[in-house]
Design a protein around this ligand. Structure first.
Ligand code: ADP
Length: 331
């Protein structure tokens, strides 16, 4: 129903009938006259017709109009009070819903954290005994046994990294990320990350290199967190780039800040999906036939960490050409 004054108070003609200042027949007659006048091009209010044609006096009309204004005022106050109460009720409902959501979110994070910690212990045993077997501590092994154990060792390492990611993620969900700032050389740190990923890059025949504007680049930040993020970005770049491609970590001085870009010549990301890559547990290729492993947590964690470090992790990408992930650090 449209909100008109009639919803709150009766029309003036009906009000006059209710107050016995006018008979229903007189009102019908007055409405007919109003319609006739309108047909002749005279637009008259019903009150005007009633007075001009002598159905009621001007005084009675004024009284009725004043009464209507007062009634309307009262009705509006009532409507306002009802509206305020409804807003209060809705706000309370929203508060309760938000509280429930927060509780659920904490429950989820605690669940992930508990499960991850529980997985860590048996995995440590698997890795430990696998190592002893490979080292030949129990007996010397035939080459196919050695091979099988190496496969188990690699799979355990991978599982271990996934569990560490899960633990880091659940911690970042339940508490704020702790930042320990210090001064360090970004070039040394990046070279270390590149060295760690060299084997992987060579295996995939990808050229992995550092491109820096200076041999020494001092920054003020949390070195272990920056290491984690660059490592994550390089790992992704290598994962999503085909053999023969290139991955470059670029360090530049831009607007008195240090800009770090991880550039690859890989698959690229479709424009409409670019926002999704930072969502937790989100993988663009979620099909069961996907070639790359991973939890879909890496970029969401990297973004959280970079935000905690006071910057913003951004991405630009061209499908089929490659991607650039970028953030800034203070000098
Ligand atoms: P994952 O464990 O799947 O690598 P991430 O959070 O690190 O999880 O990345 C989320 C998704 O973003 C990946 O599944 C992939 O689809 C996409 N992605 C990340 N990095 C790149 C990149 N360098 N090139 C193309 N796609 C990428």
């Amino acid at each position: 129903m449209a909100l008109t004054p009639e919803v709150l108070v009766p029309r003036i003609g009906d009000a006059l009938v209710e107050q016995n200042l006018l008979t229903p027949e007189q009102l019908t007659k007055a409405l007919q006259i109003q319609a006739q006048e309108r047909a002749r091009g005279n637009s008259l209010l019903i009150g005007q017709v009633l007075v001009e044609y002598g159905f009621i006096s001007q005084d009675h009309l004024n009284q009725a109009v004043t009464q209507q204004i007062l009634q309307l005022h009262g009705a509006l106050q009532q409507a306002n009070a009802t509206l305020e109460q409804r807003v209060k009720d809705r706000t309370r409902e929203l508060e309760i819903a938000y509280q429930k959501l927060s509780e659920l979110s904490t429950l989820k994070a605690n669940f992930v954290s508990n499960i991850s910690h529980e997985l860590r212990t048996p995995l440590t045993h698997i890795k430990g005994y696998c190592n002893l077997l490979i080292e030949g501590d129990f007996d010397s092994l035939q080459s196919d046994q050695q091979f099988a154990l190496r496969v188990i060792e690699r799979a355990s390492e991978k599982l271990s990294r996934l569990i560490e990611d899960l633990i880091l993620f659940s911690t970042s969900e339940t508490s704020t990320i702790q930042v320990n700032k210090e001064v360090f050389d970004l070039v040394i740190l990046t070279n270390r990350v590149i060295d760690q990923n060299k084997g992987n890059a060579e295996a995939k025949k990808i050229n992995l290199s550092l491109d820096t504007h200076s041999k020494v680049v001092q920054v003020v930040s949390d070195s272990s967190k920056v290491t984690w993020v660059i490592n994550q970005l390089v790992d992704n770049a290598l994962k999503y780039t085909s053999p023969g491609g290139k991955v470059v970590v670029e360090i530049r001085s831009v607007n008195q800040q240090i800009e770090i870009s991880v550039i690859d010549t890989g698959l690229g990301i479709p424009t409409e999906k670019i926002g999704e890559v930072f969502e937790p547990f989100h993988q663009l290729d979620a099909s069961s036939t996907r070639h790359q492993g991973g939890t879909g947590l890496g970029l969401s964690l990297a973004k959280k960490i970079i935000t905690a470090l006071g910057s913003n992790l951004t991405v630009s990408s061209t499908l089929g050409k490659g991607s650039v992930f970028k953030f800034h650090l203070q000098q």
